[in-house]
Design a protein around this ligand. Structure first.
Ligand code: CTP
Ligand code: MG
Length: 236
């Protein structure tokens, strides 16, 4: 099985605040995207990485990535992304050659995922699961609410049993044909917030394997503080 990784990196990072697109922000002096690419390249299973760049930034991202060489076994391609994450992933999948049969989809915004997690996802797909997601139990209790205009208290509708919930990370791993079919079938805006969610809508099985604390997503400014601390601890 030849395995590729698609890295959606086309988002602006609105929740992180104004500045450079999120994937290009520095972490320990190196762009977040470079960390994410290295995290995928660290897995010996991954032979091709497709980076999905901001729509107007593919040339810049290409140049940047060529300044940070990868292991010889890993090919790299950069394609322009779209207006939504789902569209960006679809554009990344379209760039994969027929020789690929397993694909990982990994957020550039999860730069610090350990290689053990990547390998565990690949192993589960190669072991026969068409869709695999790494995930962790929740620390917080979760409430379902009836959303109200900003500032108004929101009535609680229910409390799902926490022990049954998992917080899902990336890389998510798929049989390529299964994920392509999901992206071709499920229309945008139906509320799927991850790739496995699209596969679930097809009625195909999705399984969870253990995720990792360091695979957290850099979303808000405090996440950058944590990411810098994790990097500093690794370098110590
Ligand atoms: N992404 C993408 N194309 C988009 C939107 C998002 O490739 N049109 C990517 C982001 O670059 C990121 C991943 O999807 O690596 C997860 O999205 P998220 O964390 O929401 O990043 P942003 O959309 O950039 O952040 P925000 O929602 O705060 O603007
Ligand atoms: Mg987003």
């Amino acid at each position: 099985a030849r395995t590729a990784a698609v890295i959606p990196a086309a988002g602006r990072g609105v929740r992180l605040g104004p500045g450079t697109p999120k994937a290009l922000r520095a972490l320990g002096g190196t762009p977040m995207l470079v960390h994410a690419v290295r995290a995928m390249a660290a897995s010996r299973a991954v032979s091709l990485i497709v980076v999905v760049a901001p729509p107007d930034g593919a040339a810049e991202v290409s140049r940047l990535l060529h300044e940070h060489p990868l292991p010889e076994r890993t090919d790299l391609e950069v394609v322009p992304g779209g207006q939504t994450r789902q569209e960006s992933v679809r554009l990344g999948l379209a760039a994969l050659p027929d020789t690929i049969d397993v694909v990982l989809v990994h957020d550039a915004a999860r730069p610090l995922v350990p290689v053990e997690t990547v390998d565990a996802v690949v192993a589960a797909v190669r072991g026969g699961a068409p869709a695999v997601v790494p995930a962790l139990p929740l620390a917080d209790t979760v409430k379902q609410v009836d959303p109200q205009p900003q500032g108004s208290p929101e009535p609680v509708v229910g409390t799902p049993e926490r022990a049954l919930l998992r917080a899902v990370q990336t890389p998510q791993g798929f049989d390529l044909a299964t994920l392509r079919k999901a992206h071709d079938t499920v229309v945008e805006g139906e509320g799927a917030t991850d790739d496995a969610g699209l596969v679930e809508r097809l009625g195909s099985p999705v399984v969870v394997v253990p995720g990792h604390e360091e695979a957290f997503k850099v979303t808000r400014p405090l996440d950058l503080v944590l990411a810098e601390a994790v990097l500093a601890r690794r370098r110590a």
